[in-house]
Design a protein around this ligand. Structure first.
Ligand code: N01
Length: 550
């Protein structure tokens, strides 16, 4: 169906350096960046895009590990802005593989010519705001230099892989793969002794397939995860027709005042009887997917509900895994369900019944070191031919802070965020005029459907740019007081839920030294609130009609 291949977009290393002035720079050619290009171009803005990968796709370009799929149903994991593509594209399975998602992104990019403004294989290393003329100067690792009025950072929430510091890792004699930077050529594990470190969404998807291929698989688990079966299946034409019939209703629901992960009724909802809950969870287990997070409005706020859901999943693990000690090690007991991203699997727990798979519980025997021929824990030695790091990402802020971004008075984003990310609505940062983030910290971002969250931010920022152009305004940035209020609100809303009870990447705790701050917005009515801010003259944002010294 699509023409996507890395070669389509790859640009030769000797392409001429760019030294240009444009209206907007877009960083990142994932779902958010591509849509930003589409919308900004539609408004007549001149644009240059930069993307570190050789082609479009963002996180889906890099995450190619065995078993990788989206954990959102594919019919929903699609753009809402193109009716043409929605009616034409046919997803083949309930949960699409990475390869199919990448084909979809390529299909949209081809249809709308979205690759055209991008410089591929080019990473932005610096963006500096010049107060004299109110322009950003953006530099790439190749030496490109672009001056732009607007900077759109569509750099993704899960785009910087986290490689933990494990003593001796560099001395390992075999190949080491990170799930978030998987090779493009097939990796053949047949006949090999493979170790996987990490049991988050990536590990849980990869482990069953690696187990099928490898001679022996050793899974090194520090924290067990709640995982629901996907019950993946082929999609039929009837599924597409049914989806299309419900489309308008779904779209309308996104903008409503109650749309959000934790609904307004959460804190007053009753705790249903245990037996009723159990039956509901059983039905959702049979149905498959992550709908358990929506089983009750208070499942993410009330232990009386959440504890039953946890016990239900533990019971399923005990029923599935033959060895009671392994089942116990695979069962989360010290944090609520859904407050780390819930995992969706295909025969994950069943995999531990295979004779060639062993679970190593790092809580009992931590990894001491990696050696040339394997991994040593405090108790044992495991000889390995290949190692897979399914160790996640420096999430939400990682890609933004990897660039040297300097706003007013030369203040860097790193300095501004030294105590944790500070934004207004997750869209802008005080002191960084005309810099917009697509799904920045303080917005729903990774909670829910990230494609739709990207679209919402792009639509909002394009409307804001329209507002500025109509009034001849030159810069926009959050008012520090509004930003302070929003940061407080994001933390306060999270604090009324069970989310802070787990050491999750939502809180940044997987990265040593990262401030422990809950980054996504989990409250209700986020879009509604953004619309109100805009309708009220962009309440909480400051506009300047001319550069300071111009
Ligand atoms: O990463 P993770 P992920 N020694 O951070 C372990 C999205 N995603 O790539 O929990 C030993 O969740 C770490 O252990 P612990 C999705 O949003 C989506 O799996 O820190 N272990 C954990 O088990 C997801 O949530 C899809 O104790 C170490 C694992 O590595 C997000 O990406 C698919 C360690 C990391 O888990 C991230 O998922 C894949 C160490 N030193 C990903 N350091 C779909 O759409 C880390 N770990 C399906």
């Amino acid at each position: 169906m699509s023409t996507l291949s890395p070669e389509t977009a790859h640009q030769p290393a000797d392409r001429p350096l760019l030294d240009a002035e444009v209206d907007a720079v877009v960083v990142g050619a994932g779902f958010g960046g591509l849509y930003a290009v589409h919308r900004l171009r539609e408004r007549g803005l001149s644009i240059v895009g930069f993307e570190a990968a050789p082609d479009v796709g963002g996180t889906w370009y890099w995450n190619r590990y065995p078993g990788v799929r989206c954990d959102v149903p594919s019919l929903l994991y699609s753009y809402t802005w193109t009716d043409d593509v929605r009616r034409e594209w046919r997803w083949s399975e309930k949960y699409a593989t990475q390869a199919e998602i990448l084909r979809y992104i390529g299909f949209v990019a081809d249809r709308y010519g979205l690759r055209e403004p991008f410089r591929f294989e080019t990473r932005i290393v610096e963006a500096a705001f010049d107060e004299a003329d109110g322009m950003w100067t953006v530099r790439s690792d190749r030496g490109d230099r672009v001056r732009a009025r607007f900077c759109i950072m569509a750099t993704g929430c899960l785009s910087v892989p986290n490689t933990p510091t494990i003593p001796g890792l560099e001395s390992f004699g075999g190949p080491v793969y990170h799930t978030g930077r998987w090779p493009h050529e097939p990796v053949d594990f047949s006949g090999l002794r493979v170790g996987v470190i990490g049991t988050g969404s990536s590990g849980i998807q990869a482990i069953p397939l690696i187990a099928e291929a490898a001679k022996r698989l050793t899974v090194f688990q520090r924290t067990p995860n709640y995982s629901m079966p996907s019950r993946n299946r082929p999609l039929t034409e009837a599924d597409h027709v049914e989806f299309e019939a419900a489309w308008e209703t779904y779209l309308l629901s996104l903008d409503g005042p109650t749309f959000g992960r934790v609904p307004p009724t959460a804190h007053t909802a009753p705790v249903p009887p245990r037996e009723e809950q159990w039956q509901r969870y059983e039905a959702l287990w049979q149905e498959g997917g992550g709908a358990i997070l929506y089983a009750y409005p208070n499942i993410l706020t009330n232990h009386g509900v959440n504890d039953v859901a946890c016990e239900f999943v533990r019971q399923k693990i005990r029923e599935t895994v033959a060895d009671p000690k392994t089942a116990a090690a695979l069962s989360p007991t010290d944090y609520p369900l859904g407050v780390k991203r819930i995992c969706i699997d295909s025969r994950y727990f069943e995999t531990f019944n295979r004779p060639n798979v062993e679970l190593v519980n790092l809580r009992e025997e931590p990894i001491a070191r990696v050696t040339a021929d394997g991994v040593e824990t405090d108790a044992r030695r495991f000889e390995l031919d290949a190692l897979v790091l399914a160790t996640g990402f420096d999430a939400v802020t990682g890609a933004l802070l990897a660039m040297d971004i300097r706003g007013r008075d030369g203040v860097t984003l790193k300095q501004a965020w030294a105590e944790g990310p500070r934004t207004y609505l997750g869209l802008g940062v005080a002191g960084f005029p005309n810099l917009f983030m697509v799904t920045g910290p303080g917005s729903p971002s990774v909670i829910g459907n990230v494609i739709h969250n990207c679209e919402h931010h792009v639509d909002w920022l394009v409307a804001c740019i329209d507002h500025m152009r109509d009034r001849n305004l030159h810069t926009v940035e959050p008012d520090p007081a509004a930003e302070e209020g929003w940061v407080h609100h994001v933390g306060e809303v999270a604090g009324r839920t069970l989310f802070p009870e787990a050491n999750s990447w939502y809180l940044g705790v997987n990265i040593p030294g990262k401030p422990r701050v809950f980054m996504p917005y989990v409250g209700e009515g986020y879009r509604h609130r953004c619309a109100e801010v805009a309708a009220d003259g962009y309440r909480g944002f400051r506009f300047d009609d001319a550069p300071a010294a111009a």
